[in-house]
Write a protein that binds this ligand. Structure first.
Ligand SMILES: NC(=O)c1ccc[n+]([C@@H]2O[C@H](COP(=O)([O-])OP(=O)(O)OC[C@H]3O[C@@H](n4cnc5c(N)ncnc54)[C@H](O)[C@@H]3O)[C@@H](O)[C@H]2O)c1
Length: 405
């Protein structure tokens, strides 16, 4: 097979869902899979010629890896976080990075709902008692969730979905968000955390991991919660003071809690879990599994594989973690060129004057910028000549030029 007709190569590590493999193969990629993570040297040894790299959280895509991958077009993080990727180096080299920011949000919401019901019925204590042989048949302290007031702090992807499902269960929903957010259904916005804490029976945190949120929920906030209310955190571990939470559970001020995320978490499956929250009554603690379902893994596989293929075939970068977001609808019969460049004044004018000098008519064009980078997709009606390509590639601002058709 000649290099011109050889299929594009994709390397997927860390047991990425089979739907991602199937999706890429359907679109003509030759997909190699590796069950585990690769260390830097192993990855460097395998990456030459690879155009798409798929990883999860355990493979580090370092500057050295990217330097050894001249053919690499995009990295897909088949997970939420992208800390394991040197995103700055990827941007400098014109490599797009994609992740799956929304794929597991429904899984988190369902766990929150399950935990609110379990805590409100005191299922945890009943279950523990039964396993210890105690038949505690009583309604004391057990409630329906219908009619109870839920307070959501952080009304983003997860908080807003939770709002809809909780209303369907008959809960009254209140929320507080630092950004302006549209209230869904009958949910009511609170103008401060204090107002929310004084109003609701259940408080659940769904804020993001910005540094300012470190320790945002501590002694003062727990003290403001209504007596007998419940607390849940499935967002980030470092936002909550767990010692304060323990005190408020032990004093009986709070009726229960569910926590899925911790300031420090064990590195590997099977490692000991150390926390102030162990051994407390009506407290559910789970090992950061809010988003861990087979459905979420499948969705992540399909979503990221789709983003990678879309970027390769159309140049569109919407939802890329690092490149400017540009999405231009494809038309039939046009030839597409993408140009990633350093974001300095006049680049677009220079590109267009190169095209005009060669009497190339632009059928469609879209520019986006993000920090130091600019990205322009240009469609023309005739083939790009080698002269045009050469001149654009040689511009001092060019980071990467691609001809898609
Ligand atoms: N437990 C898990 O397994 C799991 C899985 C997925 C996501 N998460 C975490 O859940 C959280 C929410 O995820 P998302 O996708 O909904 O995020 P998102 O970015 O869509 O929403 C976060 C919202 O919180 C708001 N916010 C930030 N700081 C705030 C503050 N101090 N007070 C009030 N509002 C504040 C933001 O304005 C935003 O609307 C994130 O921290 C994410 O990492 C956990």
């Amino acid at each position: 097979m000649s290099p011109a007709t050889a299929p594009r190569r994709a390397l997927l590590l860390e047991n990425i869902h089979s739907d991602a493999v199937a999706g890429l193969e359907k679109n003509g990629y030759a997909v190699e899979t590796v069950a585990g993570a690769l260390d830097e040297d192993e990855l460097i040894a395998r990456i030459r010629g690879v155009e798409l790299l798929g990883i999860r959280s355990k493979t580090n895509v370092t500057d050295a890896v990217l330097a050894a991958a001249p053919d690499l077009l995009a990295v897909g993080a088949f997970c939420i976080g992208t800390n394991q990727i040197d995103v700055t180096s990827a941007s400098t080299r014109g490599v797009a990075v994609f992740n799956a920011p929304f794929s597991n949000t429904r899984s988190v919401v369902e766990l929150v709902i399950a935990e609110i019901i379990a805590l409100t019925r005191r299922l945890v204590d009943k279950n523990t008692g039964m396993h210890a042989g105690v038949w505690d048949k009583s309604a004391e302290g057990s409630h329906e969730v219908r009619g109870r007031r839920l307070g959501i702090i952080g009304y983003g992807n997860i908080g807003s979905q939770l709002s809809v499902l909780a209303e369907n269960l008959g809960m009254s929903v209140f929320f507080y968000d630092t950004a302006d957010k549209l209230a869904l259904g009958n949910a009511r916005r609170c103008s401060s955390i204090e107002e929310l804490l004084a109003t609701v029976d259940v408080v659940t945190l769904h804020v993001d991991g910005r540094p300012g949120n470190s320790g945002m929920f501590g002694e003062a906030e727990f003290a403001r919660m209504r007596p007998g209310s419940l607390f849940l955190n499935l967002s980030r571990g470092f936002v909550v003071d767990h010692q304060a939470l323990r005190r408020h559970i032990e004093s009986g001020h709070l009726a229960g809690a569910a926590v899925d995320v911790f300031p420090t978490e064990p590195k590997a499956r099977g490692d000991e879990f150390v926390s102030e929250l162990r051994g407390l009554p009506n407290v559910i603690i789970t090992p950061h599994i809010g988003g861990s379902t087979e459905e979420a893994q499948q969705d992540i596989g399909q979503f990221v594989a789709g983003k990678l293929h879309d970027f390769v075939s159309t140049g569109n970068t919407s939802l890329s973690v690092n490149l400017p977001p540009v999405s231009l609808t494809s038309q039939n019969g046009v030839h597409r060129l993408t140009h990633l460049h350093r974001n300095t004044p006049g680049v677009l004018a220079t590109i267009n004057s190169v095209l005009a000098d060669h009497e190339v008519n632009i059928e469609g064009q879209l520019l986006g910028t993000r920090g130091d980078l600019g990205y322009v997709i240009t469609d023309i009606g005739s083939q790009y000549t080698q002269d045009v390509i050469g001149q654009l590639r040689d511009l001092p601002t060019t980071v990467r030029l691609r001809l898609l058709s």
